[in-house]
Design a protein. Structure first.
Length: 598
């Protein structure tokens, strides 16, 4: 029983309050305790006043007590509200801190792609936006009132015990039975079922589509504006329906509850009336016990459950995600320093790899050696596994079999940070940081001259001042075109090369550049990376042909390897692809000839 309570989201929620802000949580609990006791004290004080009046005793004490209780009742409520609002905000902040640390912490990225974690991640990410329930700062008020009522009810029950031992048992038993009878209405039931979370995820996606810029073009162009709004409304309605369904009151249990509560109250009040009439119960004590009997009802229901339910579900999600993300994104780091490597070669030895969420093998016996300091181009169809190779070399995942070896040492033996600082990359879907141009080129910092020279190498000298934020939404900010962004990403890699990176990965680095820009920049890239081991992934054969060697990747293996001339002479897959692309430009002229014609 205790273990079940401790495993419940509600328990975790209360534990988290103290971890988010211990003094505030302590104050919140203390005020809650006092507020909870006040109804019982009030019942006793009222009895004392009536008793004093009846016996002609001095009134100052009892009336003073009633006054103090009354004032406290008035003052403590708004005070508690204010403490709760702050505590709610602090707790939401604490949870978001935990979540960001859990997401960013693991060295791998499998945890962000794991479908088993997606639902929790959605809930944990947006819980305080008020879409599926009130934000924590508001919920705290409801939770506080619910708890105050419960404590108040228990206090009243104890006072009633002074009248007769059976009275609190009967009355509290009847009120408590409503919890069980109305369990269908989920007074104590977790309403965040899998179906609710699923609906929440869909509602969240439609919401993100509607309010964020990336989808704005397609929504308009394909006439999806109304569809998005309808989808959001529909999914959110479904969410509410599910919650409503879970908390719906059913007729029969309600009737039973009413009968039970009515019966218990009739017995207790009837007994008091008889005792009062026979003189066994003085008027003052009657007032106290009658007030306590009424107060017992507070243990029945209240706003606690639903508010606690919706407030504690994301706490459960965040606390679940933390330990789940660790192993899902774990990559054990080695201890060797990666300084100065590769000095001899980068070797992919018989690599076999499938993504954690997809059993299909992307690489199936991929074997290839790249001499240090040389350039290798990888070509292959969409989905062949080129980007996957790049990610494996960055050690964002580990292969299931085989190894990547640097100068004969398994990549997993190197210190992860140390290895990553040896490489740089322009990813196919590189990130456009909403930061100053300077920070986009050198996220870890670099002298301005270096940044300027990297920008010049990437043909991006005059895009913006180094301090300009590269996003429209900021003061003095600006946005760039796709090709301009690609030049910034290239500059980022070239800057890292100047800072000493030994391996450069370029995954479609010029896909968005105009033809003239591409040829010009490619020469500069080769120049800048002539001493580094460079891996170029590209569909453009005009750039690919400049690499020292070219590898054709198909069905998870390297099926051809050699220089452009070797592979043309071989007359295999490379030649077919090359000629197919060249023929698009007529007379067998490849893109480079077109460049020259320009
Ligand atoms: N994160 C992922 N989770 C599961 N499967 C993935 C993931 N990323 C890629 N894949 C799958 O792995 C295969 C190889 O993808 P990869 O991105 O390496 O191809 P690619 O050769 O770079 O293709 P393109 O030329 O289109 O860039 C594809 O079938 C793809 O669906
Ligand atoms: Mg790719």
């Amino acid at each position: 029983m205790l273990a079940r309570i401790q495993a419940s989201n509600g328990w975790k929620f209360f534990a988290v309050l103290g971890r988010a802000d211990a003094p505030l949580a302590l104050a919140w609990w203390a005020v809650l305790g006092v507020r909870g006791v006040l109804p019982a004290v009030f019942a006793v004080a009222m009895g004392l006043v009536v008793g004093a009046v009846q016996h002609g005793a001095p009134l100052a004490g009892p009336v003073g007590l009633v006054g103090v209780v009354f004032v406290l009742l008035q003052v403590l409520s708004p005070m508690h509200q204010a403490i709760g609002t702050n505590l709610g905000s602090r707790t939401a902040g604490w949870l978001y801190d935990q979540l960001t640390a859990a997401c960013v912490g693991p060295p791998g990225m499998g945890h962000l792609e794991d479908p088993r974690l997606t639902t929790d991640l959605t809930m944990a990410r947006d819980f305080d936006l008020g879409i599926s329930g009130p934000p924590l700062s508001i919920s705290m008020g409801f939770i506080a009132s619910g708890l105050v009522e419960m404590v108040g009810g228990i206090g009243a029950t104890l006072v009633l015990g002074a009248y007769a031992w059976w009275a609190p048992l009967l009355l509290a038993g009847a009120w408590l039975a409503t919890h069980w009878l109305l369990r269908e209405s989920a007074v104590w039931r977790d309403r965040n079922t899998e179906a609710v979370r699923e609906a929440e995820r869909h509602a969240d996606y439609a919401y993100q589509l509607a309010v964020n810029p990336p989808a704005a073009k397609e929504l308009r162009l394909f006439g999806l504006a109304a569809w998005t709004v309808e989808r959001f409304k529909g999914r959110r309605r479904r969410l509410f329906e599910l919650q409503w369904e879970a908390t719906r009151l059913r007729e029969r249990p309600v009737l039973w509850s009413l009968l039970l509560v009515l019966g218990a109250n009739l017995v207790v009040f009837g007994a008091m009336a008889l005792d009062a009439a026979s003189g066994k119960l003085e008027l003052g004590r009657l007032v106290t016990f009658a007030t306590a009997a009424v107060g017992t009802s507070m243990i029945a229901f209240g706003g606690l459950s639903w508010a606690l339910d919706s407030a504690s579900a994301p706490v459960g999600a965040v606390l679940r995600l933390k330990p789940a993300m660790q192993p899902a994104g774990a990559l054990p780091s080695g201890t060797r320093s990666a300084g100065g490597i590769p000095a001899r070669e980068v070797r992919f030895r018989n690599l076999k790899f499938a993504y954690p969420n997809n059993p299909e093998r992307v690489l199936d016996g991929f074997d290839l050696t790249i001499p240090a300091g040389s350039s290798l181009a990888i070509v292959g169809q969409n989905g062949a596994g080129k980007t996957t190779l790049a990610k494996l070399l960055c050690r964002l995942y580990d292969p299931q079999a085989g190894a990547i070896e640097i100068d004969g040492v398994d990549l997993r033996e190197f210190d992860l940070e140390s290895w990553r600082s040896r490489l740089t990359a322009v990813f196919q879907d590189f990130t456009r940081f909403e930061l100053a141009l300077r920070d986009n080129v050198a996220p870890r910092g670099a002298p301005d001259e270096l940044i300027q020279s990297a920008l010049a190498q990437a043909g991006a000298s005059h895009l913006a001042a180094l301090d300009t934020t590269l996003a429209k939404g900021y003061q003095g900010g600006t946005d760039l075109s796709g090709g301009q962004w690609q030049r910034v990403a290239l500059a980022r890699a070239l800057c890292a090369v100047q800072l000493g990176a030994g391996v450069v990965l370029l995954d479609e680095p010029t896909a968005q550049l105009d033809v003239r820009g591409e040829a010009e920049i490619f020469d500069r890239i080769l120049q800048a990376t002539r001493r580094t081991t460079t891996i170029l992934i590209s569909h453009r054969f005009s750039t690919v042909r400049h690499a020292d060697r070219i590898c054709v990747l198909e069905h998870g293996k390297a099926i051809e390897l050699g220089s452009h001339d070797d592979l043309m002479a071989l007359g295999g897959r490379y030649r077919t692809m090359f000629e197919l692309q060249a023929s698009r430009f007529g007379n067998g002229a490849d893109e480079e000839h077109l460049d020259e014609a320009n």
